[in-house]
Design a protein around this ligand. Structure first.
Ligand SMILES: *[C@@H]1O[C@H](CO)[C@@H](O)[C@H](O)[C@H]1NC(C)=O
Ligand SMILES: *[C@@H]1O[C@H](CO)[C@@H](O)[C@H](O)[C@H]1NC(C)=O
Ligand SMILES: *[C@@H]1O[C@H](CO)[C@@H](O)[C@H](O)[C@H]1NC(C)=O
Ligand SMILES: *[C@@H]1O[C@H](CO)[C@@H](O)[C@H](O)[C@H]1NC(C)=O
Ligand SMILES: *[C@@H]1O[C@H](CO)[C@@H](O)[C@H](O)[C@H]1NC(C)=O
Ligand SMILES: CC(=O)N[C@H]1CO[C@H](CO)[C@@H](O)[C@@H]1O
Length: 373
């Protein structure tokens, strides 16, 4: 079923004319990833052309994805830290200003927003990197798999033939650098959206109000519902579809139309990101990510209630105990450093292991490493 969809995407792939290209700003991580793919593939270019080789190739590519995703974590953490600057508010609070209460309210909103944003950003980033690297990996494999008579029989560009589409190196880099849309702009716009959902959900909760673990859990659930369901498209099978413009430059964006090879890759990627398959995987990733976050919060509840009230330390129902919002804020605030820590990163480890994400990667690679027929 899934591979049928990729086959459809492949079939409708546009024919492209090769032209000059511009090199965009490329992230270091991507440069590294790209170099790795090239190295692996050049090393194998002389090997016999077998299915095993393609498999090996694919596996190497997935390791590269892993490393790329993990290497982008510090970058992501810094972005979130700057976007939701709880540090300066905390510092101001130390001087005991007159608008203390107001600042605490702001801190409440920011720390919850940041916590929710981490889960969305990590899920989206890890899937985006995987898709982009597998699209490029597939193309590069195909480009290198031409030692056969295949090529001499069907010279490139002959009318009516379907030559292997060559993506020049600068175009590959330009394409990979498109992740900057998400890192530079997407996260901050998504952050605004999340912030407004968080405000609606928790501004009425006072700092003194005690929240049980289950209260927090249902708050998070409501915030997600606000973000992942939109009235116009709730009918669709992919409620997360509205998140697409944050992930990848939309079709009518300003940079469009200058470069056909690039535009072709962009459109193919948009097709993937808008497919139902992608959104099923995204939803699974988000479910897993929020589960990880809840595990972390449950841990904090356990230690907090144990130290605070000796009676409940023997109570296995610790999750039922309430903690005042004001005491939860530092926990929410600190979750960024736990979820977005350097390796071993608990959240990304889970996201990279997801079976459905592996299948998605395999399908993308499969679709792009086969010649169009
Ligand atoms: C990617 O990372 C995950 C989690 O660290 C690991 O379990 C998986 O085996 C890795 N995959 C590859 C191909 O290295
Ligand atoms: C690579 O080339 C070989 C030999 O022409 C061919 O049998 C095989 O199907 C090709 N692999 C792909 C993925 O196109
Ligand atoms: C929802 O989908 C059904 C069938 O696909 C369609 O008839 C109906 O008009 C849709 N409703 C909205 C609000 O789009
Ligand atoms: C435990 O709770 C009971 C009643 O709720 C109270 O009487 C008792 O003093 C508490 N014990 C401790 C150690 O706090
Ligand atoms: C929130 O996190 C920042 C770091 O991002 C830290 O400097 C600050 O002390 C924390 N504030 C609270 C109230 O935990
Ligand atoms: C293995 C092999 O011969 N690969 C070649 C495929 O075609 C490209 C360009 O058309 C060459 O650069 C590769 O060396």
């Amino acid at each position: 079923m899934i591979s049928w969809i990729w086959t459809q995407i492949k079939k409708h792939r546009r024919k492209l004319v090769y032209g000059g290209v511009l090199i965009g700003g490329v992230y270091m991580a991507y440069r590294y990833a790209h170099k790795r793919i090239k190295e692996i593939q050049e090393k194998e270019a002389s090997d016999c052309l077998t299915h095993a080789r393609r498999q090996h190739h694919f596996d190497s590519n997935q390791r590269t994805c892993n490393m790329t995703v993990l290497s982008m974590v510090p970058n992501l953490r810094e972005i979130l830290q700057q976007l939701f600057d709880t540090e300066s508010i905390t510092d101001t609070l130390k001087s005991n200003p007159s608008n203390k209460l107001e600042l605490w309210e702001e801190l409440k909103i920011l720390s919850v927003t940041r916590m929710v944003c981490v889960v969305y950003a990590c899920s989206i980033m890890s899937l985006l990197v995987r898709i982009q690297l597998n699209v490029i990996g597939g193309y590069i494999y195909l480009q290198n798999n031409n030692t056969s008579t295949h090529n001499s029989e069907k010279p490139e560009g002959a009318p009516g033939q379907t030559p292997v589409r060559v993506i020049p190196k600068p175009a590959q880099e330009k394409y990979l650098s498109e992740i900057k849309h998400f890192m530079d702009k997407g996260i901050s716009q998504l952050g605004e959206l999340i912030k407004s959902a968080v405000k609606k959900e928790i501004s009425s909760i006072s700092l003194k109000e005690r929240l049980t673990f289950h209260n927090v859990e249902s708050c998070l659930q409501h915030i997600r519902e606000r973000l992942e369901t939109s009235p116009e498209i709730s009918n669709l099978s992919s409620p997360t579809l509205q998140l697409c413009p944050y992930m990848f430059p939309p079709e009518n964006s300003a940079t469009q139309g200058t470069d056909e090879i690039h535009e072709g890759l962009m459109q193919e990627t948009r097709d993937i990101l808008e497919s139902a398959d992608f959104h099923i995987v995204l939803k699974t990733s988000l479910d897993r990510g929020f589960q990880k976050l809840l595990d972390l919060l449950a841990e904090s509840y356990k230690t907090n209630l144990q130290s605070g009230d000796p009676n409940s330390s023997h109570n296995t129902e610790y999750l039922l105990g309430g903690i005042p919002m004001a005491k939860l804020i530092p926990i929410f605030n600190g979750s960024l450093y736990k979820l977005c820590s350097d390796a071993p990163n608990p959240l990304l480890q889970e996201l990279l292991l997801l079976e459905s994400a592996k299948t998605l990667a395999a399908n993308v690679y499969e679709a792009f490493s086969q010649p169009t027929s």
